[in-house]
Design a protein around this ligand. Structure first.
Ligand code: ATP
Ligand code: MG
Length: 272
């Protein structure tokens, strides 16, 4: 068993972020260290204002304890962090760890806008974190915010990916997670020859909470298991399509709930 640290918000209701990442990574056969970066009564889409606990006082104590207890992780996945202070705390801790893999989903915004509560200082703190990452998983908005390139929903992927690469170490890979080609949605990255590669699946109707979080957990989990970047992204894209299709088929009464995970978990358990 490998161990993976997953750090992101824990929203009690809504089935996204940490609540979704833990079952995915458990199915991928990891010992999971689930570190909430903040606690929310619900996620932030559609329930009104959640009750939030900021964990900036707790995180340094966690890291101190883990260091004392000589706990190390093979891999780490970082999702929603939430404040400059937390981002810096995480960056410091992670750079002191002998991680074989660091995957960062630089959660900053969507549809061309920063999420509420974030500003340019936060974007800069995220730039510092991704310097140390092996793989980053921005959506189109986050790619624009990180690189400073103007937002458009369908940017020049080659130029954007090259600009992202300059923000990372020499072995880092940037993957844009909501790239659109024809009627497909999927992942775009630069292959070994510097050309844009794309894997996608048909875009299904609707918008769903938590797709990005589940995608990141699948990709980090597969990479940590030794799958190539290309194979990891192919499988992740197929499985996300399966999950969105299952969600649609359930005709859910509450559209705020994150995507269905049953079919995806079954697919994970049959992979080798
Ligand atoms: P989030 O808003 O959750 O952070 P994101 O902006 O990072 O997500 P998404 O747009 O959710 O990224 O896309 C992540 C992946 O989810 C896509 O690559 C795709 O595999 C899948 N996906 C998202 N929406 C759909 C859809 N409507 N139909 C099919 N697949 C989808
Ligand atoms: Mg995202």
């Amino acid at each position: 068993m490998s161990s993976i640290l997953v750090a992101e918000d824990l929203s009690a209701v809504g089935g996204i972020s940490l609540s979704a990442a833990v079952p995915v990574l458990t199915a991928l056969q990891y010992d999971v260290a689930a570190l909430p970066t903040s606690l929310l009564s619900t996620h932030t889409s559609g329930y009104g204002r959640p009750a939030v606990v900021d964990l900036a006082d707790w995180l340094p104590r966690v890291f101190q304890h883990w260091t004392q207890a000589q706990l190390n992780f093979d891999a780490a996945l970082i999702g929603y962090v939430g404040s400059v202070e937390l981002c810096q705390q995480l960056t410091t801790y992670l750079t002191e760890q002998p991680l074989a893999l660091l995957v960062v989903d630089p959660v900053l915004g969507d549809l061309g806008e920063l999420y509420s509560g974030f500003d340019q200082h936060y974007v800069e703190a995220m730039r510092q974190l991704i310097r140390h990452a092996d793989v980053i998983l921005p959506n189109v908005t986050e790619a624009s915010l990180l690189t400073g390139r103007p937002y458009t929903s369908q940017p020049d992927l080659a130029a954007t990916l090259r600009a992202l690469a300059t923000l990372m170490g020499p072995k880092g890979h940037a993957v844009i997670t909501d790239a659109v080609q024809d009627d497909q949605i999927g992942c775009a990255w630069l292959d070994e020859t510097g050309q844009v590669a794309f894997v996608g699946q048909p875009r299904l109707p609707g918008h769903y909470n938590g797709t990005g979080d589940v995608l990141a957990a699948v990709i980090a989990g597969l990479l940590g298991r030794g799958f190539s970047l290309t194979r990891s992204l192919e499988l992740a894209s197929q499985w996300l399509n399966l999950a969105v299709a299952e969600t649609l088929a359930q005709h859910r009464s509450d559209p705020r709930q994150g995507i269905a995970l049953g079919a995806l978990l079954r697919a994970i358990l049959t992979v080798d």
